[in-house]
Write a protein that binds this ligand. Structure first.
Ligand code: SF4
Ligand code: SF4
Length: 371
């Protein structure tokens, strides 16, 4: 089954891959970050030093709680800040049914209580509904990371009710509750379409306090700034969206933008890269370390390779076989088909300067602020 054709939707830019930008290559992204001089910042901009100062020689995983599946890079949008470099042109990178079944077989061996489905726009993967049904049948909590505008596509018109019937938690990205800021990051018309989609979710019971129909909004700064105070922003957003748009939601989570892919490109092009990295490093907050998502979450790519988190996935920093055996070297990357939970328990989480994005300020993870 091939992915559906992607109808018109707001687009702020195009993918790095489509533009043949050198930054489309994760190696080039890592080199760009490595070339920055952060010697004047806290811990000389070295994440391992920042950990060591807290008496922590390396990051290690706790018990697995969340299996995050990135089921493709195809998206109906092309936002300026996208760390996935997703877009309508990314039709080749979609998880196939065999890989989904391998993920489910792995899930059955784990303690994970939640499956977090992301992309791209995961709903555009032809196996999305199969995956959700399989996870629900196993009694797992399911999260759909949704960009909202995708819900307006004609083939997905029934999706809000379909998700509600299965108790899927919908986590929706919306940069800001004001039109100008949202459209600047995601393209003209995004705000209007997002509000229309939120109305559809409200109409089927989402965003009104029902634990089976939880609607979370995700905001990230528009610009080279840290995420705003989550609790304060939630109150402001709830009041603003209800008063001006008549829509409600349950929870707001505020994330830092990661210096990866298109946000990295924007930082570099706008002359903000050095200052943004210094901001992240100098805002290192040790209280975030225990909640870092890589400690409780495992991230699987569309092709079945296994990563500590979605950010390591985009920077092509895979978990390799024999995690107890010294330096990674040329060890093969770990495939979910050949992986058991015990292969992963003793591993050392792969870190780099991008990790300061997770530890800056109140911290940042797929579940929101960490402290
Ligand atoms: S940020 Fe989300 S909605 Fe925007 S292009 Fe990336 S995956 Fe698509
Ligand atoms: S980017 Fe964040 S989640 Fe990923 S390994 Fe670094 S600290 Fe952990």
């Amino acid at each position: 089954m091939s992915p559906p054709a992607v109808p018109r939707a707001p687009k702020a830019t195009t993918s790095l891959l489509q533009r043949r930008s050198p930054l489309a290559q994760p190696l080039q992204q890592r080199a760009t970050l490595a070339a920055l001089d952060l010697s004047q910042t806290r811990h000389q901009g070295d994440f391992d030093q920042a950990l060591a100062a807290q008496g922590c020689q390396s990051l290690r995983p706790d018990a697995l709680e969340i299996l995050q599946l990135n089921i493709g890079k195809l998206c109906n949008m092309a936002c300026r800040h996208c760390h996935v470099d997703a877009g309508p042109d990314r039709t080749q990178e979609n998880m196939d049914r065999d890989t989904i079944d391998a993920c489910l077989a792995f899930l059955d061996q784990t303690t994970a209580h939640t499956v977090d489905i992301t992309g791209g726009a995961p709903e555009l993967n032809p196996h999305f509904r199969y995956l959700v049904d399989q996870c629900v049948a196993r009694g797992k909590q399911v999260i759909d990371r949704c960009n909202l505008t995708v819900l307006l596509l004609a083939p997905l018109a029934d999706l809000p009710q379909w998700l509600a019937d299965r108790g899927v938690t919908v986590v929706c990205s919306l940069p800001h509750y004001r039109q100008r800021n949202t459209d600047r990051q995601r393209g003209d018309g995004t705000f209007e379409q997002s509000i229309a989609a939120l109305r559809r979710l409200n109409a089927v019971g989402y965003g009104q306090g029902d634990p089976q129909r939880q609607l979370t909004l995700v905001t990230n700064p528009v610009g080279a700034l840290l995420a705003s105070n989550q609790a304060k922003a939630e109150q402001e957003w709830k009041a603003g969206l209800l008063q001006h748009q008549g829509v409600s939601f349950d929870r707001l989570i505020a994330l830092n933008n990661m210096p990866i892919a298109r946000f990295l490109e924007w930082l570099e092009a706008s002359g903000n890269l050095q200052a943004y990295m210094e901001l992240l490093v100098n805002a290192f907050n040790p209280a975030t370390l225990s909640g870092l998502m890589c400690r409780q979450t495992l991230s699987i790519g569309w092709d079945g390779f296994v990563y500590d988190c979605d950010f390591n996935q985009m920077l092509d920093l895979p978990i390799r076989q024999n995690p107890r055996a010294g330096e990674p070297g040329d060890r093969p990357r770990l495939q979910i088909r050949h992986c058991t939970p015990s292969d992963l328990a003793q591993r050392q989480i792969i870190t780099g300067s991008h990790c300061f994005g997770c530890t800056a300020g109140a911290g940042s993870s797929c579940g929101g602020a960490l402290s």
